[in-house]
Ligand binder design. Sequence first.
Ligand code: PGA
Length: 235
Amino acid sequence: KLSDLKQLRRGRLRLGVLTTAASVAPEILGAFCLRYPGIDVSLQVTNREHIAERLRAHDDDLYVTGQPREDDDEIETTPFAPNPLVMVARADHPLVQERDIPLARLAGENLILREPGSGIRDAVLKHFTALGVQPQVRMELGSNEAIKHAIVGGLGISALSLHSLTLESAGGQLALLDVEGFPIMRRWHLVYWRGRELSLVARTFLDFAMEYEPEVRARLAEAQAAFDRTRLKHS
Ligand code: PGA
């Protein structure tokens, strides 16, 4: 239809994504905007709680969130790429060379946690509680990027999405710890309101993102393999 073509030629797309998707969403948007150069895009990057608020307030067309609540049948959710949570330490940390580290061994480590409202924070605390381990929380930081710098600065260890580490995986100052229960395997979901018709632009983006998903997975696998290789090199 002519009106459809017009929408795709001069449309608008508002996305709200989790902080863990901050690296992936711009990349997919970049590819999308190459194909549909007339579309204006806004991208909001925030934590799980704020994404839920934005969703309730209809602030954006489409969201990348974590695990949706099961009782929520008002929203349409499509499973998207995996979002593994890994335990990260500075590359020279003594535990980096160890295998199968029991979670209890982390009780004596300084743990850096995300802010309240973060899905990563909840997942990490849940895991510690489930195994009856009391973490020693050294500091709270509201950004994955800041956490990476804090780890390098020697302030402690922390759990991050493997997606936020793709640039560091090639060998550098960060390493993954082989800790009991990690990676915590989770998944992103593409989410929108059922009752509100998805705009053609948003629908087109959703399909585009699904097509792009294998590439996101491949990037993740590469990052994991690169971290494994650097560990082997140093052992
Ligand atoms: P967040 O991301 O910690 O920014 O809320 C959550 C997630 O990846 O599940």
